[in-house]
Design a protein around this ligand. Structure first.
Ligand code: ADE
Ligand code: ZN
Length: 326
C-alpha cells in the first residue's frame, strides 16, 4: 500500500482545529448572499485568491471578517456538519474542536445560537458517522482577561458540553501570563487546559503556558527548540504539542516545508501530533497535512503510524478508549 493510502486509511484524531477556520469560500459566499452581507470579493475565486498571508495577524484579520457571515443556528450547524463530514472522508474518528465565542458574542450572537448549531451537528455525526467530538472554548488573547471571565460565565449553561478551555488569536504582546487568573478558575471548574504558544511567540511563552496556566497541551509550540531546558521538560512530562504544518507554512513561521521541525521534535522524544488548524484558509485538511509532510520530509510508515497513535495519546478521550488506537 502506498504511504498516501496508509495516511488516508489509518484512524486518526484531530486535536487542533478552529471551527471558524473550516469555513469554505463556497459557504462564506452562500451565507453572505443569504444574509445580504457585502464581502470585499466579487466571487468565490476572489475569496480564495485573498488567502495569502505574511504573518498570523494578516490571517486573523481575514478570518474574523469571514466569520461575520455566520449569523443563525443553521449557519453554525452547516459549518460544523461540513467539517465533520470532511472528518469522515479523512478517517478522523475523534476530533477536539476549538470555537471562539467572543468572535460571535461581540457581534450580538449569543451562546444559545452557535452552541445549538454545533451540538446538533456533533450529535448527528456521532449517529451517522460514529465520529466522537469534543469542544474547546478558546479565549481571544487580544481581548482582556475580564472579557475572558465574562465569556466563561456566559458559557455556564453549556459547561457539560465543553471539555477544555484554550487561548488563541494574536500571540505576540499577549503572553499567557495575561490570563493566569481566568485559567486558574477554569481549571478549578474541571476544564482541561490548552493554549497556543510558541507559534510566533518565543519559547518563554511556552514556559508561561506550562507554569502559569497549567496546560494539558500546547497548541503549535514549534519554537520550543530555542530552549534546551524546555525541550527536556516537554519530553520528560510528555506534554503534547499539536503541530500544524500547512498553517506554519502559510503564516510564514517557516519558509519551506522541508524546514519543518516536527520530525526532529518527534525524534527528540516529544509527543507531537499533526493537525490542520484552519484548513480552508491554509490549503489543506488533516490528510493534506500528512501528505505535505511526506512530500517534503519523506515520512516512512512507522512515522505515520506513530503520529496517528500520538493523536489519540494526546487526546482527552478516556484511557480505555484511547487504548483501542494506540
Ligand atoms: N485562531 C485561529 N487560528 C489561529 C492560529 N493559528 N493562531 C492563533 N489563533 C488562531
Ligand atoms: Zn490554532
Amino acid at each position: 500500500m502506498s504511504l498516501s493510502s496508509i495516511i488516508n486509511n489509518i484512524p486518526k484524531a484531530e486535536l487542533h482545529l478552529h471551527i471558524e477556520g473550516s469555513l469554505t469560500p463556497e459557504l462564506m459566499w452562500r451565507l453572505a448572499k443569504k444574509h445580504s452581507v457585502t464581502l470585499p470579493y466579487a466571487n468565490v475565486e476572489e475569496i480564495e485568491a485573498a488567502y495569502n498571508f505574511e504573518d498570523l495577524q494578516s490571517f486573523l484579520d481575514l478570518y474574523y471578517a469571514g466569520a461575520g457571515v455566520l449569523r443563525d443556528e443553521e449557519d453554525f450547524f452547516t459549518l460544523m456538519w461540513e467539517y465533520l463530514s470532511r472528518c469522515f472522508d479523512d478517517n478522523i474518528v475523534h476530533t477536539e474542536i476549538m470555537f471562539d465565542p467572543q468572535t460571535h458574542t461581540e457581534r450580538g450572537i449569543s451562546f444559545d445560537v452557535f452552541m445549538a448549531g454545533f451540538l446538533r451537528a456533533m450529535t448527528k455525526a456521532k449517529e451517522e458517522y460514529g465520529i466522537s467530538s469534543y469542544l474547546i472554548m478558546s479565549f481571544l488573547r487580544h481581548l482582556s482577561e475580564d472579557d475572558a471571565f465574562k465569556t466563561l460565565e456566559e458559557a455556564k449553561p453549556y459547561y457539560e458540553h465543553i471539555t477544555a478551555v484554550g487561548l488563541d488569536s494574536s500571540e505576540l504582546g499577549h503572553p499567557p501570563s495575561k490570563f493566569e487568573r481566568v485559567f486558574k478558575h477554569a481549571k478549578s471548574l474541571g476544564f482541561k487546559i490548552v493554549a497556543h504558544a510558541g507559534e510566533e511567540g518565543p519559547a518563554s511563552y511556552i514556559w508561561e503556558a506550562i507554569e502559569l496556566l497549567d496546560v494539558d497541551r500546547i497548541d503549535h509550540g514549534v519554537r520550543c527548540q530555542e530552549d534546551d531546558a524546555l525541550m527536556a521538560h516537554l519530553k520528560e512530562k510528555q506534554i503534547p504539542l499539536t503541530v500544524c504544518p500547512l498553517s506554519n507554512l502559510k503564516l510564514c513561521v517557516i519558509d519551506d516545508m522541508k524546514e519543518h521541525n516536527i520530525i526532529e521534535l518527534l525524534n527528540a522524544g516529544l509527543l507531537v501530533t499533526v493537525n490542520s488548524d484552519d484548513p480552508t484558509y491554509f490549503g489543506g485538511f488533516l490528510n493534506d497535512n500528512f501528505n505535505a509532510l511526506h512530500q517534503s520530509l519523506n515520512l516512512d510508515e512507522h512515522t505515520v503510524r506513530t503520529l496517528a497513535a500520538n493523536s489519540f495519546k494526546a487526546s482527552f478521550l478516556p484511557e480505555n478508549v484511547k487504548a483501542d488506537f494506540i
